[in-house]
Structures are given as structure tokens and as C-alpha cells.
Write a protein that binds this ligand. Structure first.
Ligand code: SF4
Length: 331
């Protein structure tokens, strides 16, 4: 069950006495965010708006929604990172999953006995890393935890940022991801090219995501080769506050034009196949917002992410694209 740090929220409201607040969190924890909003109104008798648009990461906080509402404090819940505040009125609140990994960790130990593995996870399960490390170590596995970097804590990964995993690539046989997220685990497999397992405490199963990750890579590579045949490109800048990457967009535009391609610039908040269908005269797109939009979704036309766009330029220049996703940060 997801547990939100309501104590911290109540303390902040008690000290700052806001007229209204807003709350948001990833889709998976929205029911708990709703409960917390109700608890705030019950305790302080102030409006507590649940910002129910997506918030995929600290790159996508929707602070503008909070500003438009005039909420004096915005609580963004569930994106534990190694930095405290962004906007003045924005407070990042921890949420953790209290599910135990004991049983599934023992299963994992039986499967991977004698191996050297690295433990990785997302923010909701970071507090379990030490406990699982001990269970695995006691049962014959050598465990390494990669160092955090930037916003990442030790052992933590985002969907596009993998420093604690990639740093240990030469020292381990495999990665073990704590939680249920094939999304995060497949990113680790792609950025390291090593076997990666999900330790899922809810289904009490250890599943390998290496093949799934290879399928994502095949699809991503096919899109690059299709895009190489395109004459006209749309380069899309993402309008989410932490995904704005105009400099890279303009650089890609310039480099594609140098290769004889036509390029038009676009800007979008949500980059979906439906929105792109409205845009005419474009053979392929490059979006420089969230790389996982390209690797994890289906589009009618090629829609490349930043690392795919770099690979495309290499193809156009007859260079090798080997290992184009094997980098610690896809932006
Ligand atoms: S994968 Fe996308 S949503 Fe997640 S942190 Fe990276 S850019 Fe943000």
C-alpha cells in the first residue's frame, strides 16, 4: 500500500496557513492523493485541489496548473529526488510503498545464486534496498548499489536516467529492479545491455525483462531507419516545464537541414499520435521532450527521441549507431 508523508504536508500547512492548496502525483497513486486531499480539507477546512493531469516525473510537475488555480502551496507527491524545492510554493512529498520483498527476494536468491548483481529501484521502494540487499547477500549473491548522481539517490533510476546502473555495468552480471515497473526495468536493460529482472512483490515473482527491452529496441531502431528515408521532418519541443529542450531542437533542425532535409518546428504539451495526425506534410518527427514517448508508444509515422535522433544523424553520415541507447541519460 502507498503511504504518503501526510505529517510533512500537515506541518507545512500549519506553518504557512495557505488559503488553498493543490496536490498531484503519478497515476498509480492518485487514489491515495485523493484521500490526502480529503484529509487536508477535514483538518484545515481549506480547498485542496487534486491536479489530475499526468505528472510523470519531476520533469512534469504541472506547476502552471497550480498557478492558474491560485493554490498557495503545491504538493507534488511521490517523486523522491535528491533535491528539495523547485518553484517557491512547490513542495515535493515522499510516498513509499510498504509492501515487503522478503518472500520474492528469497526466490530471486535461488535463481541468481553465485551471481554479482546490482539492485536498482524507483522512488517508492528506495527504503527497501538495504533490507533486500541483506537477504540476497545472506543467500549467496554479491550485491552492488550504484552511486546516485544529480537528482538520483543511490540505487535509484528514472525512466530516462540510469547513472547508478550504468556506472556498474562492467562489474555486475545482471540488474535486479525492486518493484513492479517493467518501464523502469526495461530502461535499465536498454541502457546497460545486461540481463535485468523485476522483483515483483505483489505477484511474488521474479521476471526477466531483457527480451521485452530488446523488442522496444528493435522498434526504436526500425523507426530510425524509416526516418532516414524521410524528406520532411517535424521537430517537436515539449511544453512541460522540465522537458523544454529548445537548444537541442534547434541543433537537430540545423543538422538535418545540413543533410538536405526540410524541417518545421512544433511545440506540444502532450505528444500523442492523435495530435500528430493533425499535422500535414511531415514524413517523420523528432520529439525532444520525454524519450520514453518515442520508445514506449505506437505512432503512425516515425517519432524519434533525442538518442534516436542522434543515431539518425549518424546513419545519414554513414556512421555506426551501435550502442545508441547504452548511455546513462537519454536526454
Ligand atoms: S522518462 Fe520522461 S517522464 Fe520520466 S523523468 Fe525522463 S523525461 Fe521525465
Amino acid at each position: 500500500m502507498i503511504v504518503i508523508d501526510e505529517k510533512r504536508i500537515f506541518q507545512e500547512i500549519g506553518e504557512k496557513n495557505p488559503a488553498s492548496v493543490s496536490l498531484n502525483g503519478p497515476d498509480g497513486i492518485l487514489p491515495q492523493v485523493q484521500e490526502t486531499a480529503k484529509n487536508i480539507t477535514k483538518k484545515f477546512n481549506i480547498p485542496a485541489y487534486v491536479l489530475a493531469d499526468t505528472t510523470w516525473g519531476t520533469c512534469d510537475l504541472n506547476s502552471n496548473g497550480s498557478k492558474v488555480l491560485g493554490a498557495e502551496i503545491q504538493f507534488n507527491i511521490g517523486h523522491t529526488i535528491n533535491t528539495e524545492t523547485y518553484e517557491k510554493n512547490l513542495i515535493l512529498i515522499d510516498a513509499y510503498d510498504d509492501v515487503e520483498f522478503d518472500s520474492v527476494a528469497k526466490k530471486c536468491a535461488d535463481m541468481l545464486k553465485g551471481k554479482i548483481i546490482s539492485l536498482v529501484t524507483d522512488s517508492q521502494h528506495l527504503h527497501q534496498v538495504d533490507k533486500v540487499e541483506k537477504i540476497l547477500t545472506d543467500n549467496g549473491i554479491t550485491v552492488k548499489i550504484g552511486k546516485g548522481k544529480g537528482q538520483l539517490n543511490d540505487g535509484q533510476v528514472f525512466g530516462c536516467e540510469f547513472y547508478p546502473a550504468t556506472d556498474l555495468k562492467k562489474e555486475v552480471d545482471a540488474y535486479v529492479f525492486l518493484g513492479q515497473s517493467n518501464f523502469h526495468a526495461s530502461g535499465i536493460a536498454l541502457s546497460t545491455n545486461l540481463p535485468t529482472y523485476v522483483l515483483d512483490p505483489y505477484f511474488n515473482e521474479v521476471r526477466e525483462v531483457t527480451d521485452f527491452a530488446q523488442k522496444l529496441k528493435k522498434k526504436a531502431t526500425l523507426a530510425i531507419y524509416k526516418a532516414a528515408e524521410a524528406k520532411s521532418f517535424g521537430v517537436i519541443v515539449g511544453l512541460k516545464e522540465g522537458q523544454l529542450s529548445k537548444v537541442f531542437a534547434l541543433k537537430i533542425k540545423e543538422e538535418l537541414e545540413a543533410e538536405g532535409k526540410e524541417v518545421q518546428l512544433f511545440a506540444l504539451t502532450d505528444i500523442t499520435n492523435d495530435r500528430l495526425r493533425n499535422l500535414k506534410g511531415i514524413d517523420a518527427f523528432i520529439q525532444v521532450a520525454c524519450p520514453r514517448i518515442s520508445t514506449d508508444n505506437q505512432f503512425d509515422k516515425p517519432v524519434l527521441s533525442s538518442p534516436q535522433a542522434n543515431a539518425l544523424l549518424k546513419i545519414l553520415r554513414n556512421e555506426s549507431i551501435d550502442g545508441y541507447l547504452e548511455i546513462p541519460h537519454w536526454l
